[in-house]
Design a protein around this ligand. Structure first.
Ligand code: AMP
Ligand code: MG
Length: 707
């Protein structure tokens, strides 16, 4: 199972509320999601439990799966559950403990009396001990020496360094009180969430909420190292452990939750401390937890009405940043991915000087002008079969392409330029020193940067990285791009019939395919009618499933423009009236922390706006940096008088003669023109009179990453 959210709670067995000011030895909760991390402080167990209830419910609503860890024992040494409940089931013991524990909203509780009552059930002194109170409690020994525990002192997993016996209710590092009070609260959560919650390793159901026992001391050294200066230790523990668990590979984390004993329970990650340590570093690397976009990031300065294209692009560029996490992939599987870190050559290419041709190798110093006659040594040098000996000065050796130059060889003569005479090779001198050889590192030197971060890997790059001995690369996870179509008139698929007043959805397949071609993970959010409630549900869905959402339709400011109306009411809408044709206002908004691009419904305008505005923006968010399409200037094959004040993009293609012709009609409903074209002609904001031969800028579709 894959967990979307990891929650780590540092519990407390205190008897009074913790100080109002965040302090240590109180309850701290850390929450790590993809790219997000938060910690919170709670003064009482009741407040913390309430906060967890709210969090769990919200995560369930959002369709996210939660792993929630608590730093107290979930079970007791073997035999205790049976002695108290008649079964070995630790969850029966939870119910039994919960029935005995009273824990008030102010942390006042009866845990010591409850423990004494349990002790009374056993002959002798019973298992629990330690009483920090002034008053004596009958049957609760003050020291360990006074009791005769019928059970083991510790569980199998309590061999973890620093783990204390679960029976000890007070004193340095004790966990006994935390367990009694914690189990009672978790039992309440079990009741509240029913079949949506399970406790590992005792239960194996795949539920939205999974509870596990954790022990931040497992990674104590890493916590000490990664804690912020002056950070409260409990906060650092929940922050770092939750980020670390979230950063583990999903399968690895899932496997860890299954470890352990069905009666005594288990500390999550015991025996895997190394993996958690390194995940902690990964999970907390700043690039992996990029700052969230601000809600007002798309706001234009007041008074701006028509936004020139360049201003809009600059604004987008300034507002956005990479939002996806990193992962490591084998080089061979990384095509299409964006490097999150530079690649350094592990070895020079070529690693050693070698021959560029099939021929004969020798030392240049022993040759000169005129006919050369060099005796051949026995043996040969071939690719993968080096010659181990030394070639004496004045002698030559048979050598093949790719073979390392043997000792004594620095120059090669091409086979076709030679003749053989018994045991000697004959050719015409002089040859240039190092002729027909490749120098070590002449291509790339060991330690040099092979490719920079932000580079999107293509087939030739895989060749380069492999040649340089780089087996795996650090890449960004693909940006998840949600695509939603809106409109009462839209029929989602051409597989269904459409009445005359209806049209088939043209934008969604186009935008999904664009996103895929840009190396993103395209997330189909479907089609929704012009119904604000439905649009809201879909946007919520989109905010969960995607990092950014593209909608089409309903983005203007008219009566039926429900997307912009909803975004204005419930999100943060910045409606940009961009001085561009085709394309009406572009609606830009933040919805639950995700940028939304409200593209025009008209497919021609939707494509142009997607290519011109969404493409560089998504590229930036995906880690590949801002990308301007590379166009080139060609003579126009058409005539046009262009008005000043806005930029225009015409559907165009190159002719055989290398001129740009444009689609017969500029009508923006003409979808066929998009397929007819092989690119766009971009006309500047100023006025322009174009006649055949006027230089214009042609941008091939390929330059927009349209494949
Ligand atoms: P709107 O932006 O909603 O006012 O739509 C502008 C024009 O685009 C209208 O003619 C719509 O019918 C059309 N349109 C909107 N969405 C789509 C779509 N997904 N596929 C094809 N045409 C659309
Ligand atoms: Mg509409």
């Amino acid at each position: 199972m894959r967990f979307d959210t990891v929650v780590v709670t540092d519990w407390s067995g205190a008897s009074t509320p913790s100080p109002a000011r965040p302090s240590q030895d109180a309850i701290w909760i850390g929450v790590a999601r993809d790219g997000e991390m938060a910690t919170s402080y709670h003064r009482t167990r009741e407040a913390a439990t309430d906060a967890l209830c709210t969090l769990f419910a919200a995560e369930i609503d959002a369709g996210r799966r939660v792993l929630a860890g608590f730093d107290f024992p979930f079970a007791y040494p073997r035999g205790f559950a049976r002695a108290l409940t008649g079964t070995d089931d630790p969850l029966a013991l939870w119910a039994e403990i919960a029935a005995r524990i009273e824990d008030g909203p102010d942390n006042a509780n009866n845990r010591l009396d409850a423990a004494a009552e349990i002790n009374r059930r056993f002959p002798g002194a019973g298992p629990f001990w330690a009483n920090p109170l002034g008053r004596d409690i009958p049957d609760l020994p003050r020291t360990k020496a006074e009791h005769a525990n019928p059970f083991a002192d510790k569980r199998a997993c309590d061999t973890a360094k620093g783990a204390q016996p679960v029976w000890k209710l007070a004193g340095a590092g004790s966990v006994g009180s935390q367990a009694l009070l914690g189990i009672a609260r978790l039992q309440a959560l079990r009741k509240r969430f029913g079949a949506a919650l399970s406790v590992r390793p005792f239960e194996s159901a795949q539920t939205p909420i999974t509870l596990v026992e954790v022990f931040p001391s497992l990674i104590a050294k890493t916590v000490a190292e990664l804690a912020e200066p002056g950070e409260i230790k409990d906060r650092a523990q929940v922050r770092i452990l939750s980020a670390a668990l979230r950063a583990l590979a999903p399968e690895q984390l899932d496997a860890m939750t299954r470890d352990g004993d069905l009666e005594e329970g288990w500390i999550l990650g015991l025996g895997h401390e190394g993996a958690i340590d390194s995940a902690a570093r990964k999970g907390l690397a700043p690039a992996i937890l990029p700052p969230r976009l601000r809600n007002d990031c798309f706001a234009m300065p007041q008074g701006v009405t028509w936004v020139p294209v360049e201003v809009a692009l600059d604004k987008l560029r300034a507002a956005l940043h990479p939002v996806t996490a990193h992962q490591t992939l084998p080089t061979a599987q990384a095509a299409g991915r964006v490097l999150a870190a530079e690649c350094i050559a592990r070895r020079s290419n070529p690693p050693r000087p070698n021959s560029a041709v099939d021929g004969f190798g020798f030392a240049h110093a022993a040759t000169g002008a005129g006919v050369q006659h060099l005796p051949l040594v026995d043996g040969r040098a071939a690719a993968g079969q080096p010659f181990d000996g030394t070639v004496p000065m004045g002698a030559a050796i048979r050598i093949l392409t790719g073979a390392i130059l043997p000792q004594g060889v620095d120059t090669v003569v091409l086979e076709e330029d030679t003749a053989l005479d018994g045991g000697a090779v004959i050719f015409d001198g002089p040859l240039k020193p190092h002729a027909n050889t490749r120098e070590a590192g002449e291509d790339v030197v060991e330690g040099a940067q092979a490719l920079p971060a932000g580079h999107r890997l293509r087939a030739p790059d895989l060749a380069l990285l492999s040649a340089l001995g780089i087996p795996e690369v650090e890449v960004f996870r693909p940006l998840r791009v949600g695509v939603l179509s809106t409109g009462d008139e839209i029929v989602p698929s051409p597989a269904s019939p459409a009445a005359p007043h209806q049209i088939w959805d043209a934008n969604r397949p186009m935008l999904l395919s664009l996103a895929k071609g840009w190396g993103c993970e395209a997330v189909d959010l479907g089609h929704v009618r012009d119904d604000p409630e439905q649009i809201e549900i879909r946007l919520n869905d989109g905010a969960d499933k995607a990092d950014v959402i593209l909608t089409s339709g309903g983005a203007s400011a008219g009566d039926e423009d429900h997307v912009s109306a909803l975004l204005r009411r419930k999100g943060t809408l910045s409606s940009w009236r961009i001085a561009v044709k085709p394309g009406r206002p572009l609606a830009l908004a933040m919805w639950q922390g995700r940028p939304v691009f409200g593209l025009p419904g008209n497919p021609v305008a939707a494509l142009v706006c997607a290519l011109v505005f969404a493409r560089p923006a998504l590229s930036l968010m995906a880690g590949a940096g801002w990308q301007r399409p590379q166009g080139f200037t060609v003579p126009a094959a058409f005539s046009k008088t262009k008005k000043p004040g806005r930029r225009e993009f015409l559907r165009a293609r190159l002719t055989e003669a290398g001129t740009a012709e444009v689609f017969q009609s500029e009508g923006s409903g003409r979808i066929s023109g998009l397929s007819w074209a092989t690119g766009l002609v971009e006309l500047p904001d100023s006025a322009l009179t174009i006649t055949p031969g006027t230089p214009v800028r042609f941008i091939p579709y390929a330059a927009f990453g349209l494949v």
